[in-house]
Design a binder for this molecule. Structure first.
Ligand SMILES: [Zn+2]
Ligand SMILES: [Zn+2]
Length: 457
């Protein structure tokens, strides 16, 4: 839908053109202006000439990635929908990996399969030497029964692409197709990494163990997540931490069970757990400085060793998670969980066994990479649509790939209330605005080109 009715100055029209392309409305926009060209042909003819001269002036050193992506647009959508219909869980991405490997081979990339079981790596070697830039996309789906009423609904019961990884794969394949076209201009190489098992399954670490960061060693790493917390048309990034690290804890409160009618003869772990849950929830606002890397701590489950109205159980398990933006805060919270658990349990004659597991570290962007790519993106997108302070408590194991390699992780806005696309990640009715897919592809092409195509300014 277009509300623009005036003729903007030429420079901003070019920017607007680009933006319309960027936001996926390119085809409608061109038809719109073509219609008006007939009505205003004398004036518009002159404007078009100036426009063409201007574009010729600037295009000698620029590749029109927008046009490239637009050409692959039907394949991009078809690929995403095919993957959406055929979701595969962590380390079971056999069909997906097969499709990815076949596409990459068709493009003439050097392809490695079976990296961390179902992972695929494709190397697009340029025509001269230069940096190696890694672009990672994750492939796995979730154990969720899809409730969307769409014609490309999951055909596998209890499995669903409810996080957008179908789109990640489709976008990365489109970027591979576009960049392969410009192989002659590439100085260096692009390492496309299709990762299995991102959803808490340790896929990134498994790939690192299988050598994904060697031969060739990446100089930079890029990745993105289609993001339902941001409105369609916007893009989020941040210098430093953009996604939190994730840890889980479990406290087993051991008491002494017995008859519920004679609680004084028992050591009741249920009452103890109630006090512990309350105390754990005070750690974040009361024991940790709110400025020390924003944190969340949630108790997510309580299990009793028996579940009957007249039995006091022997033990109770309290389960939870916490998220932080730095390792120091993470260690601090772990220590508080241990201290609070021990103190509360001792005060009620119970004992506490505490287990803490750090699942992922925070996703940390390199400030120099963010600064550079922000400049690149602002050449063709409205600065106001680029949120430089995006941060989320969700986690991503791209963090491990960015741990020692400077890079950037982007969040691409996909929510669109006008289309009813508001359900969040991991919801049975999660779905994205597909118009965000070409935006994501364009941004990644531009980002990669800024590293490996020397004359692409
Ligand atoms: Zn997810
Ligand atoms: Zn995800």
């Amino acid at each position: 839908m277009h509300t623009r009715t005036d003729y903007a100055p030429m420079h901003s029209k070019i920017k607007m053109d680009e933006y319309q392309h960027l936001t996926g409305d390119q085809f409608i926009f061109n038809e719109y202006w073509d219609d008006r060209l007939l009505l205003f042909s004398p004036v518009y003819g002159i404007l078009v000439q100036i426009h063409t001269v201007y574009l010729n002036f600037i295009s000698f050193s620029m590749i029109d990635f927008n046009a490239d992506v637009a050409q692959f647009h039907p394949d991009l959508i078809a690929c995403r929908r095919d993957l959406h219909q055929h979701p595969e869980l962590a380390f079971e991405e056999v069909r997906t990996a097969g499709l990815v490997a076949a596409e990459l081979r068709k493009l003439g990339l050097e392809v490695r399969t079976g990296v961390a079981k179902t992972g695929v790596v494709g190397i697009l070697e340029g025509s001269s030497d230069g940096p190696t830039v890694m672009y990672r996309a994750d492939m796995d789906a979730l154990p969720i029964q899809e409730e969307n009423d769409i014609d490309y609904k999951s055909v596998y019961p209890g499995k669903m692409h409810a996080c957008g990884h179908d789109g990640h794969v489709a976008v990365a394949l489109t970027v591979a197709k576009v960049m392969a076209r410009h192989r002659d201009q590439i100085a260096g190489r692009i390492k496309f990494v299709f990762q299995p098992g991102e959803e808490g399954a340790g896929g990134a670490l498994a790939m690192i163990k299988d050598g994904v960061l060697d031969d060739p060693e990446p100089d930079f790493a890029l990745g993105l997540h289609l993001w339902q917390e941001l409105p369609f048309g916007t893009v989020g990034t941040a210098e430093g931490a953009i996604m939190s690290g994730s840890s889980t804890f479990q406290v087993r409160i051991k008491g002494r069970g017995g008859h519920a009618a004679m609680p004084h003869t028992t050591v009741d772990p249920v009452v103890c757990s109630a006090q512990l849950v309350t105390a754990l929830h005070t750690i974040v606002p009361r024991r940790v400085n709110a400025m020390a890397g924003a944190v969340v701590l949630s108790v997510t489950g309580i299990n009793t060793s028996t579940y009957k109205h007249n039995i006091l159980p022997e033990y109770v398990e309290v389960l939870g998670t916490f998220r932080t933006f730095n390792a120091y805060t993470s260690e601090l919270i772990e220590q508080h969980i241990r201290d609070v658990s021990r103190a509360i349990c001792e005060s009620m004659d119970c004992t506490a066994q505490v287990q803490v597991k750090h699942l992922t570290i925070p996703v940390v962007n390199h400030p120099d990479v963010v600064k550079k790519l922000r400049r690149v993106f602002c050449r063709f997108m409205d600065e106001e649509l680029l949120d430089n302070t995006a941060r989320t408590m969700a986690s991503e194991d791209m963090s491990y790939l960015l741990e020692d390699i400077p890079g950037m992780f982007l969040l691409i806005g996909t929510a669109n209330p006008a289309k009813g696309l508001t359900y969040g990640h991991h919801h049975p009715r999660f779905n994205i605005d597909e118009a965000a897919l070409p935006i994501a592809a364009r941004l990644m092409c531009e980002a990669l080109a800024s590293y490996v195509i020397p004359n692409h300014c």
